[in-house]
Design a protein around this ligand. Sequence first.
Ligand code: SF4
Ligand code: SF4
Length: 429
Amino acid sequence: MTQATNQYRSLWQELGLDLASHDALLEAVGKAYHDAYLSQENRPEGMKYFDFVVSEIHGLRVKELMDARKEGRKVVGTYCTFVPEEIVLAANGIMVGLCSGADFALEEVEKILPRNLCALIKSSFGFKLGKVCPYLEASDMIVGENTCDGKKKAYEELGKLADNLYIMDLPQTKNGNSKEFLRTEYKKFIKAMEQLSGVSITVEKLQRAIETVNNKRKAIHRLSKLRAHAPAPISGLDSLLVNQIAFFDDPVRFTDSVNTINAELEERSKANDGPFAANTPRILLSGCPLAVPNWKVPFIVESSGAVIVGEESCVGERGTRNLVDTTADTIDGCIDALVDRYLSIDCAIFTPNPDRLSHIQEMVRKYNADGVILYGLNFCTPYLVEAMNIEKVLENQGIPSIRIETDYSREDVGQLKTRIEAFIERIQG
Ligand code: SF4
Ligand code: SF4
């Protein structure tokens, strides 16, 4: 235990965390981070900021949240990219993504949820039951969204464990009624945020919030574009970390930090500098979201001689690619702009969902990828079903692809490494 973590013990106690379990979690995350991240070579200087954020993942940021709460601001925890940060910010709230990237208290979880549910859902329960997530405990409101069947049924159970769970409904298609449907839900969410915060959401506040979140996305777009260069100026692991931290850092500070690293990466690109050689096989990773600290597959890929040049994922380009139109000057106009933006997310819960395939093809071209890894969590029906068709289409177009099904355990690391190495050999020809 470092001195830094000691100073936060009373904070964690105040939040009702199980300190012994929490120590074990921090140690495991610290080790995973050391193995996957700090062992990388030739990392950009700008990653120091993100390393710092990880080192303080349950410390400084949680303290900031608690200080903000003391000043009357509300913290909103979320599990999905469909919850508009713009609305939370416009109510002077702070939005944080909730932990769901590691197994915890699995035995307890499987007393409530079936074994054959995706690791992401089970993880969110494990963090609640094991009392190890300060973000979850510091949230004044937790938003559960009705997306896949697993999530919507699991939220019924989560509601029994957390008395501050708000459920947001979502359309499952993108036909004529879907916009109206989402508009109604976002209006309800505006009301709920106003009630929670006591702040009334005006058009000016909404416009400012839209600009703040757009700026965050623009900084990530700039980073993504830089990865198209060969050699890639930054590893996929580091880029993934930036995308993961987007979910809980302060949005303005985060944007500045991403732009700082972007300036450095621009220089690196000009100098043809990067962590991998220019002829390193380039991989696009596509599928289920990769929440902190789920670095297993990216680490295997990049320690097997390839570089990940893009993530078609909610923790990645699926979650950030579209901006909100900024021309509206009424509340209703702003809500419509939000609806248009969020409804274009091509999550696999939509039926049909042709835009996702087009987006993958577009990303392969834009980032000069040599192959695609379709990443699916075990038992995730939406992404696993889509992967079968996407693999066929890509292969027919001469784009090598491989489907991977995994979870958060370490048991399949050897087997995954063998398959991924064989895939990399195949794309090298
Ligand atoms: S994959 Fe779908 S349900 Fe999951 S976070 Fe993304 S948008 Fe939400
Ligand atoms: S869409 Fe898949 S990965 Fe996401 S929560 Fe549902 S089953 Fe899990």
